[in-house]
Design a protein around this ligand. Structure first.
Ligand SMILES: C[C@H](N)C(=O)N[C@@H](CCC(=O)O)C(=O)O
Ligand SMILES: [Mg+2]
Length: 362
């Protein structure tokens, strides 16, 4: 099964409500679709969100990386030589993890098709069903409390609350939400790098003192500030998760060696796809550090690939794969079934994506 072409397209999917974090506000998913064609007629799909504020990857840069570098390196290669393909993909251009992830996902889709097996079974096949949290955007405390109740009415039992744009107000936000939802619901928070380490320690201790029972805090300080992250981890009881601090397997080793965080959030767009995400899973197993699998604001093609990784790996114990349920429609035919918090895999070969509506080829 040889790669004969890599085509790129664009999809636009409106969100149910604006997605707001300490870093950005977004109204729709505007992603690049990767379609890899082979000499056997098999087609593999990938998807790439341009999340410039986190990965540095813009739409133009993603297209440029694939058209001018990745395509040249991979055309003509045989899918059965996946190890060599991933080596060439890594070396084709420095950085550009999102572009690499979209191509890596399409390659794994084809790899599963080649061996007539779903990718999660090839990678480990640990479970067939996973439960995701849902994100509550950062807004005024009363609005966030209302959004939290709505999420619970939709069946979610774990909420990921965005904070980080105003430390004092963040405490009010969490008080309003906990009061509204009670104590049967797990609340995890994500500051998206919005605090410095002193603010983080102050704010998180206030939340502890108020008995808010926070499950974990994601990326309290800037991604590059490993020492600050460790200061927070060492000085609060709420477990700390590294997100923007960990892109590569080397980042993961550094964070784990330093004991700078209690958990790692793996996202395919940061790692450059499944092949590097698998390395982080292996490292995490060695260090005994549980992982979350997360996503950017993405539709179902790339999130479905993350679902397969989560289903394959025991070390992934926390799921934040809510991209598709934040969208107002699903352009994807096939793949896992997203029934609000419950995500059920199917056993179609590869990632099981049959078709994607509304692709505008570039
Ligand atoms: C969508 C997901 N729940 C999430 O919050 N992901 C990121 C932010 C992604 C984005 O800005 O597109 C995260 O920081 O965990
Ligand atoms: Mg995060």
């Amino acid at each position: 099964m040889k790669i004969i072409d890599i085509k790129l397209g664009h999809i636009s999917v409106p969100l149910r409500t604006p997605f707001k974090t300490a870093l950005r506000t977004v109204n729709s998913v505007e992603d690049i679709i990767v379609r890899i064609e082979t000499d056997t007629g098999n087609v593999g799909y990938g998807e790439i969100p341009p999340t410039g504020v986190i990965t540095g990857d813009t739409t133009g840069a993603i297209i440029g990386a694939i058209e001018s570098h990745i395509k040249k390196a991979l055309i003509g290669m045989d899918i059965e030589n996946i190890e060599e393909i991933m080596d060439k993909l890594d070396k084709s251009i420095v950085g550009n993890t999102s572009a690499k992830a979209g191509v890596d996902i399409a390659i794994y889709d084809l790899y599963g098709q080649l061996y007539n097996a779903p990718v999660y079974k090839i990678l480990g096949g640990y479970r067939k069903e996973i439960i995701t949290d849902i994100t509550i955007s950062v807004n005024e405390p009363e609005e966030m409390a209302r959004d939290s109740i709505d999420a619970i009415n939709r069946g979610y039992r774990t909420l990921k609350i965005k904070v980080g744009n105003d430390a004092k107000k963040d405490i009010e936000r969490m008080k309003a939400i906990r009061e509204a939802v009670g104590y049967d619901v797990d609340l995890r928070i994500d500051a998206n790098q919005g605090w410095n380490y002193k603010e983080a320690i102050y704010t998180l201790r206030k939340m502890e003192d108020a008995g808010l029972n926070i499950e974990l805090v994601e990326q309290p300080v800037p991604g590059h500030d490993f020492e600050g992250l460790k200061m927070v981890t060492d000085n609060v009881s709420i477990p700390v998760m590294a997100d923007e601090s960990v892109f590569s397997p080397k980042d993961a080793i550094k964070i784990m060696e330093m004991r700078a965080a209690d958990y790692i959030n793996i996202k395919l767009m940061k790692t450059g796809g499944i092949h590097n995400a698998l390395k982080i899973c292996n490292i995490a197993e060695v260090y005994g550090v549980e992982c979350m699998i997360g996503c950017m604001l993405e539709a179902k093609v790339s999130v479905n690939a993350a679902v397969h990784l989560a289903a394959a790996k025991k070390i992934i114990t926390k799921i934040d794969l809510d991209g598709p349920v934040l969208c107002s429609e699903d352009p994807v035919d096939g793949g896992s079934v997203f029934n609000e918090s419950k995500i059920i895999l199917n056993d179609a070969p590869g990632f099981g994506i049959k078709d994607i509506q509304g692709i505008k080829y570039i």
